[in-house]
Design a protein around this ligand. Structure first.
Ligand SMILES: [Ca+2]
Ligand SMILES: [Ca+2]
Ligand SMILES: [Ca+2]
Length: 139
C-alpha cells in the first residue's frame, strides 16, 4: 500500500492533536471526527482502539523515523515534541518512550477500564480537553 506511512503519520499526528481538535470542534462534527479517529486506528475493525493497535501504528511510525535502525531517534529530530517524549532526558527517544503517549492516550480515556477506547470514550477525551485545569493535571 503506497499510502500506508502517510496514513500512519496522519493518524499519529491526529492522535497527538486529538483533544485540542475535539475541543475546538464540539457538536456533531466532533462525533464525526472521533469516529474518523477510531476508523484510522482500529486495525482489527472491532470499533475500539486498544493498546495493541496504538503500539502497532506508533511502532510503524517509530521504525519509519528510526532511519539508522539503532532503536532510538535523536530528540531534536522530533522537533518540539521530542523533549516531552524523551522522559529520561538522555537526548534520545527510544521505542518505549515513543509508544508511551499512545498508551497514556488509552489510559486517560478508558473510563470503563476495559483496556480499550470506544467512540464514546474518544468523545469524552475531547470534552475533558475543554477543561484546562483537568488537562494540565493529567500531564
Ligand atoms: Ca480495534
Ligand atoms: Ca530517552
Ligand atoms: Ca474503554
Amino acid at each position: 500500500m503506497r499510502h500506508t506511512s502517510v496514513v500512519i503519520l496522519a493518524a499519529l499526528a491526529a492522535m497527538a492533536a486529538l483533544p485540542a481538535q475535539l475541543a475546538a470542534d464540539s457538536g456533531p462534527d466532533g462525533t464525526r471526527f472521533a469516529a474518523a479517529q477510531i476508523d484510522a486506528m482500529d486495525i482489527n475493525g472491532d470499533g475500539f482502539i486498544d493498546q495493541h493497535e496504538t503500539d502497532a501504528l506508533i511502532g510503524k511510525v517509530f521504525s519509519y523515523l528510526d532511519i539508522d535502525r539503532d532503536g532510538s531517534i535523536a530528540r531534536q529530530d522530533l522537533g518540539p515534541g521530542g523533549l516531552k517524549l524523551d522522559v529520561n532526558r538522555d537526548g534520545l527517544v527510544d521505542a518505549t518512550e515513543f509508544l508511551a503517549p499512545g498508551r497514556a492516550f488509552i489510559r486517560r480515556g478508558d473510563r470503563n477500564a476495559d483496556g480499550r477506547l470506544s467512540l464514546k470514550e474518544v468523545r469524552e477525551l475531547g470534552s475533558a480537553a475543554t477543561r484546562p485545569r483537568h488537562w494540565a493535571d493529567s500531564r
